[in-house]
Design a protein around this ligand. Structure first.
Ligand code: FAD
Length: 289
């Protein structure tokens, strides 16, 4: 399939991108790695009249540490996240997540900003961003604003990003000592997208008691959500096998699980519980000294 005809723009600054977005409105789409937008254009599920390529805009890619937090440019590829020594050291759950996205071709072109702006219901980063309490830095005509991840995902491929804004950075707050995280998914055998994926980040005190649990779930519904039932079942408790199992049984509680080509509601809810247990077990193992 060929996409419908469009005008191609290659701006060289964020200001220029914002000017184009302001002028062209919903006739325009920005292009990052193209690994979601281009397939959608080829299938004619998206038919933008204008495509604004971000490749020549400087300053949008890269990973740095700022006051303990990781600040990742929107145009940073999955491979750059996966292979970054600083991400591996400070936030291994994020390297792990980037490393299980699609295949090497997807990871070499796809970007963190593109994945989070696109908000595919089966994408991997959203679960991990929820578990890490990430913040999205958006830039628009009035300057920058920060959106907390819990306010980011609004529905099927829908986020808090306004039409005239660009997602420019993702900020991952520092985690305290005694914190461990893990992301595990049941991958679709063809695309590798998550049929269901769970990210867990837990903090344990010196006695092994969980002082904070943060659990994100992707694939189950129209958008990634926080698994509050699991979090509540872990916080304040020593994470032995029975506690983890009991908490994981709440993996689908309050989640609007949707049936799709991959499975029924019952099957996907079962995967939520199984992967919640596995992710929490792995996170707790990493958190222990
Ligand atoms: C075969 C295949 C397998 C895949 N497997 C997986 C997988 O297992 N797990 C997974 O999570 N993903 C998977 N993906 C999706 C992949 O991760 C995409 O790279 C990602 O979803 C989109 O990133 P992108 O940079 O390619 O964005 P693009 O395709 O360029 O853009 C996607 C959307 O986001 C918008 N956008 C992009 N960047 C910005 C920005 N900075 N600010 C505002 N809006 C922006 C675009 O306008 C567009 O609407 C797969 C894709 C393919 C083709």
């Amino acid at each position: 399939m060929y996409p419908a005809a469009f005008d191609y723009h290659a701006p060289s600054s964020v200001a220029e991108v914002l000017g184009l977005l302001g002028r062209l409105g919903d006739d325009a789409k920005v292009l990052a790695g193209g690994h979601s937008l281009v397939p959608m254009m080829k299938l004619r599920l998206a038919q933008p009249k204008h495509v604004i390529d971000l490749k020549k805009v400087p300053g949008l890619a890269g990973i740095k540490e700022e006051g303990g937090a990781l600040v990742i440019g929107a145009l940073t590829t999955h491979w750059q996240v996966e292979s970054s020594p600083i991400v591996r050291e400070k936030c291994p759950v994020l390297s792990d997540t980037a490393g299980v996205i699609g295949d090497p071709a997807v990871r070499n072109l796809g970007t963190m900003g593109g994945a989070l702006a696109h908000a595919d219901p089966a994408a991997d980063y959203p679960a991990t961003m929820i578990a890490l309490g990430a913040e999205m830095i958006c830039e628009g005509p009035k300057g920058r604003r920060t959106v907390k991840v819990d306010d980011w995902f609004k529905g099927l491929m829908s986020t808090a990003l306004a039409e005239n804004e660009l997602l420019v950075q993702v900020r991952i707050p520092a985690t305290p000592a005694g914190t461990g995280g893990a992301y595990l998914k049941f991958p679709h055998p063809a695309s590798r997208f998550a049929v269901v994926g769970v990210a867990a980040v837990v903090t344990l005190d010196g006695k092994g008691v969980c002082t904070k649990a943060s659990v994100g779930l992707t694939g189950a519904g129209t958008h990634a959500v926080r698994a509050k039932g699991v979090e509540g079942g872990l916080t304040g408790k020593a994470l032995d096998a029975a506690t983890i199992e009991a908490a994981a049984q709440k993996g689908a509680d309050g989640v609007d699980v949707q049936a799709d080509l991959q499975g029924s509601v019952e099957y996907k809810a079962h995967l939520c519980r199984v992967f919640a247990r596995r992710a929490v077990e792995a996170a707790a193992k990493r958190a222990r000294p």
